[in-house]
Design a protein around this ligand. Structure first.
Ligand code: SF4
Length: 442
């Protein structure tokens, strides 16, 4: 599909897997631990409802292709989800083994085992309907929600085109997830499966600039908005626009695509979400002398998962709580320090700065990870698509917006959740679009 540059290959080498894959025998042993629960709480806990006992049983009996097809039937991005899902709070968190004080079944690693075998054997995704249908669907954005919707619709014979402003597909899977969780080539390999179904991709196309919404509306029967969120919030303090201040998503995209192959000196990351943790870990692995993560509240308020926090500590990241950045300082072109103010939390939970508490942390790069804005400019051009608090308002069951020609799913609707939530949205909405088209074009 796309060539992997030597720089990307080097990054893949330097960021080995966080959870190495199972060897074949270990996968069989682990799959035989599964109790095949009839009510499968693991399946209920998966937003895409993968039939977990079914795919695990197939691994146990040596039917790896059947296992992978069971996964793909529920989740076309089953490979990336096996790597990036917070399984501790989803399927594995729900596994009945916890009730018996035993380790939960390693569902994520087994899923990865089946999917790796599928891709290694050049597996293809079967169509659900051999008939070609003339209706055209545009999917805006090439992230997980759009890819899942595109796959559902194409498998039913519809003509689907995915548009994205980036040169590569995958959205956050390709550009925004830490390399040691999901290497860029693995994200692209998975998307080739969808391309092979006959989904067309148009890259480097910014809707509203290179191609107008009017043109899309006139050329397509249905438009799916899977545009995710927009740029990260900027650091709005003196010195916050210095070139040594690089937002976390840009920082992660730069090293994943080989534009950044190392950093020198000390790094400070601002924020307390999973993206902040991914950026902090990456900075360590890219050679930073030290990485300090600043957060204005405390550990208990962090939005990152506990296991992400524990992992960052193992990587060597230092955490500095109750610290609010107030200025970035530079010596000529190079950053020298970030100035912070101490914060305190009152009994009623409100946050206050402590007078005369300013202090400096030496640093050479600052990486803010302080949230993303919605793509309001683009959404404002979509005729009669209603927004609520900057998110696209949809019918929860179908994903249809206030304009019946438009549907939406993923981060632009939910404000930013897990990859698997976006896949679940895209799949559900893709099925709803197909049903609607079948009902109106008999
Ligand atoms: Fe297997 Fe655990 Fe799911 Fe039961 S809950 S089917 S033991 S993975």
């Amino acid at each position: 599909m796309r060539k992997i540059t030597p720089q990307v290959a080097e990054i893949v080498e330097r960021f080995p897997d966080l959870h190495p894959p199972f060897a074949a025998q270990a996968a069989v042993v682990e799959s035989n631990r599964c109790l095949n629960c009839f009510d499968a709480p693991c399946t209920a806990a998966c937003p895409t409802h993968i039939d977990v006992p079914r795919f695990i049983k197939k691994i146990a009996t040596g039917n790896l292709r059947g296992s992978a097809l069971s996964i793909l039937d529920a989740n076309v991005l089953g490979a990336s989800c096996s790597r990036v899902c917070p399984v501790q709070v989803l399927c594995e968190g729900a596994c009945v083994m916890h009730r018996y004080n035993k380790q939960p079944i390693a569902i994520g690693r087994l899923q990865r085992f089946a999917m790796d075998a599928f891709y290694a054997s050049d597996g293809v995704l079967p169509r659900k309907n051999a008939e070609e249908r003339p209706q055209k669907i545009a999917c805006l954005g090439a992230g997980p929600a759009s890819l899942a919707a595109a796959a559902e619709l194409r498998q039913r014979g519809y003509q689907v085109t995915v548009f994205d402003k980036h040169p590569l597909p995958g959205g956050l899977n390709t550009y925004g997830v830490a390399e040691y969780k999901l290497p860029l080539p693995d994200s692209l390999r998975e998307i080739k499966l969808i391309e092979d179904l006959g989904v067309r991709f148009r890259f480097g196309v910014e809707i509203g600039r290179e191609l107008s919404i009017d043109e899309i509306e006139s050329q397509f029967d249905v438009i799916f908005l899977g545009i995710g969120l927009g740029v990260m919030h900027t650091l709005d303090i003196p010195g916050g626009n210095h070139p040594g201040v690089i937002d976390a998503l840009q920082f992660i995209a730069d090293y994943k695509t080989g534009r950044t192959t190392g950093i020198h000196g000390k790094a400070v990351v601002i924020g307390a979400g999973n993206t902040a943790i991914d950026a902090a870990n990456a900075a360590m692995r890219l050679g930073a002398k030290s990485v300090t993560l600043l957060y204005r509240r405390t550990l208990g308020h962090m939005s990152a998962f506990d296991f992400e926090y524990e992992h960052a500590k193992l990587e060597g990241v230092t955490f500095h709580w109750l610290a609010q950045p107030v200025a970035v300082h530079a010596n000529e072109d190079a950053l020298s320090s970030i100035e912070c103010m101490r914060m305190e939390i009152a009994a009623d939970g409100s946050l206050h700065s402590v007078a005369d508490s300013n202090f400096h942390i030496d640093c050479n790069i600052v990486i803010p990870a302080i949230g993303q804005s919605p793509l309001l400019d683009l959404l404002a051009q979509c005729s009669e698509v209603r927004l609520v608090n900057g998110r696209v308002a949809v019918d929860r069951a179908t994903g249809q917006t206030s304009n019946p020609k438009y549907y939406a799913g993923g981060d632009c609707v939910n404000g930013g959740r897990e990859v698997v939530d976006a896949v679940a949205d895209g799949k559900r909405v893709g099925i709803a679009i197909a049903r609607s088209l079948e009902a109106t074009h008999v």
